[in-house]
Write a protein that binds this ligand. Sequence first.
Ligand code: ZN
Ligand code: ZN
Length: 604
Amino acid sequence: MKKMILYGICLLLTSCGAGGAGVNSGSEGDVNARFDGYKNRFIEGLWKIYPGWASSQGYHKYDDVLVIVTGQEREKEADFASDNLDSLRLFGLKGLTDNNKTDYRMIENQLRGALWAINDEKAWEWNPSIYNVSGGFADILNGTYDSLNVRLHHFYARLKAVPDYYKAAKKNIRNPTVEHTQLAIEQNLGGVSVFEKELEEALDKSGWSNEEKKKMRKRSEEAVKAIKNFTEWLKKLPNETPRSFRLGKELYAKKFEYDIQSGYTIDQIYDKAMAHKAELHKKMYELADKLWEKYMGASELKPTNRLVEIKSVIDKISLNHVQPDSFQTAIEQQLPVLIQFIKDKDLIYIDPSKPLVVRREPDYMAGVAGASISAPGPYDKNGNTYYNVGSLSGWDKEKAESYLREYNTYILQILNIHEAIPGHYTQLVYSNQSPSLIKSLFGNNAMIEGWAVYAERMMLEAGYGSPSTGSRQANSTGSGQASDEMWLMYYKWNLRSTCNTILDYSVHTKNMSKEDALNLLINEAFQQKTEAENKWRRVSVTQVQLCCYFTGFTEIYDFREEMKKKLGDKFNLKQFHEKFLSYGSAPVKYIKELMLAEMNETKK
Ligand code: ZN
Ligand code: ZN
């Protein structure tokens, strides 16, 4: 902490020496070089305060440290934030490059958010599930960054602090919510296997002597005892008037501000989501009505309830799906089709030298199915980016069938657009071109998810999913319009993120009941009961997170429409996409600000 304070003074002196004109009075190169230096020192300091976060990002210098969350520790964290906010203020934004400007804003937001979390949100008091050591220990065992022997030594050193860690946790917890208490009990007990099973397997493979193993086991037993003791304590905790899991309007608005960093307020986003839902229902009804005869037959009577009519048609179209054993190949075969389509339509440049490595999902991810992107962490630049594709082998028939109907022929293509091209994977390739450790660490989720959700819409608007898209005979990427079926299924998919936002805000600030929540998800968003139940569980233990998809999507979409209007004939979709992505994973509002500034600059 002393270092940070000294650094602040040092900057002050520099600024005085420059005649009080501020530290940025040197040439722009100087300012940016100094700011780069500052960023490096900032991150070094950050890892000292948050060693667990450091390890998870691939920075392993502090793997043997487990932070015991005491009041003193919180003070240290708050000091770090305040000191760095001071340092930032001394820099100011003037003279910084666009990359540094956005980094500046993101650091500032991170630090303000940290202070708010400590002083106002206070999840450390009411959310017992934030106290759980098993994940960090599991990462050490599963890591590949160093030899097993070295990793086990870190594991051993770190273990020592576990009993004190839970002692401090008990001291912090006051009036917790029932839901987070329950979650803490389940997750902590679930994590015990790391010490009882996974550690044993690692010890077996290690060259450790029996003496060393004995020492490790002794510490590990103490740790398990502390974990179990913590869960017992939680079970018996007298808590007659538990805090509500609902965050409440004031805290929610702030959390939204720090986590999403949107140009809109949450109230604006909520209104937009409600209007968007109504619009989707209207469009879906028109399509379902048009498709009714084709799928339901001429003699089948239409239901009087429009939502029921939509659902009947969706259910029929969902029967169009791949077989379990061709799930993976279906996903793989779509990638070249997507790339060709994007080229033909001139939507965005796809760098052919960075092909996506498709792989069968590794065992530790098994059971999730679907598809996901694994990108290398910021400290592992040369690592591959993988497209993990799940397999349904071993699934029972009923489960596989229900899953395949959900990820039917149409949704599977939208999933590929979202996860891979031109969604997450493409965005990642662009963001790696403007390397910023700050953006890798504090990358804005609303921008990242928003881009992937925007990409789905943009592809369909360009005509992807027309009846001839990807038809192998014609080797064509299709022409004309996406089919009615494709649009209908897309709208259903888009309803999910729209309703996630409505759900999250309503539950946390408008007291929405579980019954109303399930009604929204099942009857208005056409979800299966299990999916809806899981979503209810998720919304009762998280806050704001569910809003990032719709918020980011809306901001990007609105911004694009604004640019279209401003530029008229001169608007070029490909240029817009490439420019937009060139700023890295920064919040949309800052990208927008910089793009508009540059446009005005060229006009002059
Ligand atoms: Zn089937
Ligand atoms: Zn995503």
